[in-house]
Design a protein around this ligand. Structure first.
Ligand SMILES: NC(=O)C1=CN([C@@H]2O[C@H](COP(=O)(O)OP(=O)(O)OC[C@H]3O[C@@H](n4cnc5c(N)ncnc54)[C@H](O)[C@@H]3O)[C@@H](O)[C@H]2O)C=CC1
Ligand SMILES: O=C(O)C1=N[C@H](C(=O)O)C[C@H](O)C1
Length: 270
């Protein structure tokens, strides 16, 4: 077992943050070292264990990552891109490892993550579930076979609080399909349709986004031909699924050299 087992959770009281605290406490070999929330949060000063009803753990939520930099080896980040990028700078400075689950980065943000991974080990995945990681493999297989005469559409549904669209997972699924077909997602993506759109361009990959209620996260990639249709669907019904994936990522990352990794690497599917 690696000695690099102290975990810090950025965004500790968020929808994911609370599951990440629970999963860290429940994972053999991992220790909760720190919990961080945004400045101004009413939960700063509250014990992370008390926050989730797991009993006092002696880890108070703080509002500044720099204050707890000596207390962790691996940072788990499920926040917002601007928060992630600031934390990433600190991880590079302090030589800490990071698992990034946050989605919604622009090209500049993605380049910063690439750059940081030259200096520290980074796992970056828009979806940490085993099911979605497998689904990416299935999509490659489907696109290899259904490579002509099939229209590709990605449909995703999430809860009403989600702030980015399409989801990071939907984008990654479409990237896998586009790469397999030799297309560039930047030029072939169609993000929603309205009005007199004309007939569908067969070279496009379409996206449809639903935001409603408390949907944890549903993704379907449709390969629609004439006379038949293949749909590959993943539905998450608990955020603990993602949190457990993040734990596997931490345990795996503790033993890796500098580099950028995803969940396929973590699960040995790459
Ligand atoms: N990769 C994956 O498997 C998954 C990724 N996500 C992504 O994770 C991100 C977070 O999702 P949710 O937990 O639903 O959002 P959320 O809004 O519930 O949680 C974000 C938390 O970050 C906190 N925060 C904001 N600024 C901060 C700062 N400066 N320092 C520390 N904490 C700060 C917020 O107060 C909030 O508690 C999203 O980008 C989402 O798409 C969500 C689920 C699974
Ligand atoms: O915001 C969420 O909730 C989720 N976000 C991720 C994404 O954008 O793909 C993963 C998951 O679907 C839940």
């Amino acid at each position: 077992m690696s000695e690099l087992n102290r975990i810090a959770i950025l965004g500790a009281s968020g929808r994911m943050g609370k599951y990440l605290i629970e999963a860290t406490l429940a994972t053999p070999g991992l220790v909760l070292g720190a919990a961080i929330e945004r400045p101004g949060s009413s939960l700063v000063g509250v014990d992370a264990g008390d926050l989730i009803g797991a009993g006092t753990q002696g880890v108070k939520i703080v509002d500044n990552l720099a204050d707890v930099v000596e207390d962790f080896d691996i940072l788990i980040d499920f926040t917002r891109p601007e928060v992630t990028l600031q934390a990433l700078g600190l991880c590079v400075q302090a030589n800490k490892r990071i698992v990034i689950g946050t989605t919604g980065f622009n090209a500049a943000g993605l380049a910063m993550i690439d750059d940081a991974a030259l200096k520290i080990p980074v796992v970056f995945a828009p979806n940490m579930s085993v099911g979605v990681t497998l689904t990416l493999k299935l999509l490659k297989m489907a696109a290899d076979v259904l490579n002509e005469g099939f229209d590709i559409e990605v449909v995703e549904a999430h809860h009403r609080h989600k702030v980015d669209a399409p989801s990071g997972t939907a984008l990654r699924m479409a990237e896998v399909v586009a790469d397999t077909l030799g297309r560039d997602l930047k030029t072939c993506a169609v993000y929603g349709r309205e009005g007199n759109t004309g007939e569908r361009d067969p070279n496009t990959i379409g996206f449809a986004t639903i935001r409603a209620g408390d949907i944890v996260g549903d993704h379907t990639v449709m390969f629609a031909g004439v006379g038949e249709r293949v749909e590959i669907t993943h539905k998450a019904s608990s955020r603990m699924t993602f949190a457990k994936g993040a734990m596997r990522a931490c345990t795996w990352l503790a033993c890796q050299p500098n580099g950028l990794y995803d969940m396929q690497d973590v699960l040995g599917l790459s």
